[in-house]
Design a protein around this ligand. Structure first.
Ligand code: NAD
Ligand code: TDX
Length: 339
């Protein structure tokens, strides 16, 4: 079994590669990644020398490079993590989101049609459903919830989902789609809420909370997401969408205060800054389908997962300090300088 993992030098893709090489030592894993600002080859150092792992630097939009790789490797399955993934960047400059997230997905699927695969799996997001009101805790996103996006990022992911389902219906491509809630864990890029707050707190820098910090996200430990994708690949029904989430809703402000507490930092570091444009209020996944059909349940409790994550950032200071000392400083100044 050869699995092509795109975007494997990023946060979730790298965790997925580690998980799959451990769980299925007889599989060959080929990682295709463009190494954008979010991709980090050093993350994959622990597996780089494994005989059943190969890394290829390429853009999923590059039809020639993608076809060449399919010709060489003839993957049985493709798992597409490659994407521009940060909402704030999509608000600042949507173009590359449309290119990578939509055109890139189509390019990969065209190669799948040309060479034939057992499965094309699209890693999607709960953000395609838009948001839920804060005063209706009884409402959740199911697979039947209409697509209703807010940001250029989520719109590009929704467009990709629609294309994936269209390739199933029109060409019979054996696809699956998973829509997961917010992940956290090791190798999370420090532009995102949890790693940003950990890194800033460790450096005694202000902790920028958007608006009043009352927006709610449904947090899942990254390894639980990887396990769910593995299950969908092996036992999921072709043509189906599976929601993934662990009923772990938290307000942003409570997360930030928890990080302060664990690190022994004062809450006076918190600053309330101008809200994100179009900021989604609440995400909450109903995971009944993946539980009933595939027996998936989240295994890591948030209180344990956040401890493990903070510990990881304490022990891997080099990894994130290298990132935040480079080009990231210009990004940070642009996003937060005048906020
Ligand atoms: P990330 O930004 O950490 O990693 C993205 C990876 O894709 C990077 O390694 C980057 O170099 C690569 N990439 C970007 N453009 C590329 C291109 N054109 N060609 C090849 N590689 C390219 O993202 P992440 O948080 O790991 O998210 C992975 C996937 O999971 C995305 O599709 C995202 O939409 C989805 N998702 C993320 C979350 C979350 O909480 N992070 C939740 C649900 C779904
Ligand atoms: O500095 C910040 N301050 C702040 O208050 C940042 C970076 C974020 N926030 C808020 C905005 C959100 O309400 O925290 C919440 C989480 O923000 P992000 O980490 O940017 O994640 P989100 O916008 O929820 O999107 C994430 O989950 C779904 C991923 O980045 C997406 O790739 C995934 O699809």
């Amino acid at each position: 079994m050869t699995i092509l993992v795109t975007g494997g030098a990023g946060f979730i893709g790298s965790n997925f590669i580690f998980y799959m090489l451990e769980k299925h030592p007889d599989y060959r894993i080929v990682c295709l990644d463009k190494l954008t600002y979010a991709g980090n080859l050093s993350t994959l150092a622990p597996v780089m020398d494994k005989p059943n792992f190969r890394f290829v630097k390429a853009d999923i939009c590059d039809r020639e490079a993608v076809n060449r790789l399919f010709q060489e490797e003839r993957p049985d399955m493709v798992v597409n993590f490659a994407a521009e993934s940060h909402v704030d960047r999509s608000i600042d400059d949507p173009g590359v989101f449309l290119q990578t997230n939509i055109i890139g997905t189509a390019t990969l699927m065209d190669a799948c049609r040309k060479f034939g695969v057992q499965r094309f799996h699209q890693v999607s997001t709960d953000e395609v459903y838009g948001d839920l009101p804060l005063d209706r805790p009884d409402l959740f996103f199911t697979e039947q919830t209409p697509i209703h996006t807010s940001s250029p990022y989520s719109s590009s992911k929704a467009a990709a989902d629609l294309l994936v389902l269209a390739y199933y219906r029109t060409y019979g491509l054996p696809v699956t789609v998973s829509r997961c809630s917010n992940n956290y864990g090791p190798y999370h890029f420090p532009e995102k809420l949890i790693p940003l707050m950990i890194a800033n707190a460790l450096n005694d820098k202000p902790l920028p909370v958007y608006g009043e910090g009352l927006n709610v996200r449904d947090w899942l430990y990254v390894e639980d997401h990887c396990k769910a994708i593995d299950l969908v690949l092996h036992r999921g029904r072709v043509g189906q969408v599976y929601n993934i989430g662990g009923h772990n809703e938290m307000r942003n402000i409570d997360i930030v205060k928890m990080i302060c507490k664990v690190l022994g930092k004062p809450e006076s570091l918190i600053v309330y800054v101008t809200d994100r444009k179009g900021h989604d209020l609440r995400y909450a996944i109903d995971p009944t389908k993946i539980h009933d059909e595939l027996g998936w349940l989240p295994e890591t409790k948030f209180s344990d997962g956040i401890q493990k994550t903070i510990q990881w950032y304490l022990e891997h200071r080099d990894w994130w300090e290298t990132i935040i000392s480079g080009e990231y400083q210009n990004y940070y100044e642009k996003m937060y300088g005048n906020r």
